[in-house]
Design a protein around this ligand. Structure first.
Ligand SMILES: Nc1ncnc2c1ncn2[C@@H]1O[C@H](COP(=O)(O)OP(=O)(O)O)[C@@H](O)[C@H]1O
Ligand SMILES: [Mg+2]
Length: 271
């Protein structure tokens, strides 16, 4: 996008879209998915969920109008204040609240990504530090609902965990030791209140989400999308592949499976 300035509009830096702030609103390019996303945002507002901006239709240029949510978001390299256990647990709780508020949300598309079965909730699709608004160091809202689509809870939880734990290769700049990843992943699953089957599927689902992301990114780049071509050119796809291999290698160590559930010890053996 050109660096031209339009009076009263402040350009916000994003990964994909040209996003501007004007007064108390944000203007973003709309797409075929925008009506479904706005129906979702209206549903959330009706449920009293405050962790998402409200939508106000389209402006005269055909851009979507959203409330500006005051606060800050965070990109890589992640600042220390985003990497605390408090933020991790608070994001998991906000995600749980968001998902619970979407259980009875309209499923009618078109969505940016095709629905994934079982469509328990409306997944946000890109829960990450850069799509989260923090105030006083606490997560207060998710933004950038473009990628929302019906899907299973774990599909969204696994990706959010990848971003917030983070489950990167430890040698990456944002990487942490595997044991610390395992501890923080369990904390995330506990704070969300994730069920047993989803806990077992969590690490493999995180890997599958990255595989999906890499495939999508390469497809968009090949189709001539400048933003995704830029991501591929700087090696994002290869970076995610390194992380997929990391998740595969350490799947057993990372899995936040409830102790006791998998043991065959009988109660008598305690005596
Ligand atoms: N509703 C909003 N309230 C406050 N800030 C926003 C809002 N929408 C976007 N932003 C800011 O603009 C940045 C880019 O917007 P985003 O919607 O994430 O676009 P992209 O599709 O490019 O990722 C965000 O990281 C955030 O800092
Ligand atoms: Mg974004």
């Amino acid at each position: 996008m050109g660096g031209g300035k339009v009076q009263g509009e402040e350009v916000l830096t994003g990964g994909v879209n040209h996003v501007v702030r004007t007064g108390d609103t944000v203007r973003r390019p709309a797409g075929p998915w925008t009506p479904a996303v706005h129906a979702l945002l209206r549903h959330l507002a009706g449920r009293g969920f405050t962790g998402a901006p409200r939508a106000h239709g389209l402006d005269e240029q055909g851009r979507e109008i959203l409330d500006f949510v005051p606060g800050e978001s965070a990109d890589y390299p992640l600042p220390d204040w985003v990497r605390t256990d408090e933020v991790l647990a608070a994001v998991a709780k906000l995600l749980r609240e968001y998902h619970d508020a979407t259980v009875d949300a309209p499923r009618q598309g078109p969505w940016y990504f095709p629905p994934v079965e079982p469509a328990e909730v409306i997944c946000h699709g890109d829960v990450a530090t850069y799509n989260c608004v923090f105030r006083d160091g606490r997560p207060v809202a998710f933004i950038d609902f473009d990628t929302a689509h019906p899907g299973p809870r774990v599909w969204d939880v696994a990706y959010a965990a990848y971003r917030f734990v983070p489950l990167h290769h430890p040698a990456d700049g944002d990487g942490i030791p595997v044991a610390e990843q395992a501890r923080r992943l369990r904390l995330f699953a506990d704070a969300y209140g994730l069920g047993d089957a989803d806990r077992e599927a969590l690490v493999e689902t995180a890997r599958a989400r990255l595989e999906h992301l890499v495939g999508f990114m390469r497809e968009r780049a090949a189709a001539g999308d400048a933003a995704f071509a830029g991501h591929v050119a700087r090696g994002d796809d290869r970076f995610y592949e390194t992380n997929m291999a990391h998740l595969e290698r350490h799947a057993a160590e990372l899995a936040p499976i409830t102790p006791g559930r998998v043991t065959s010890r009988s109660p008598r053996s305690d005596r």
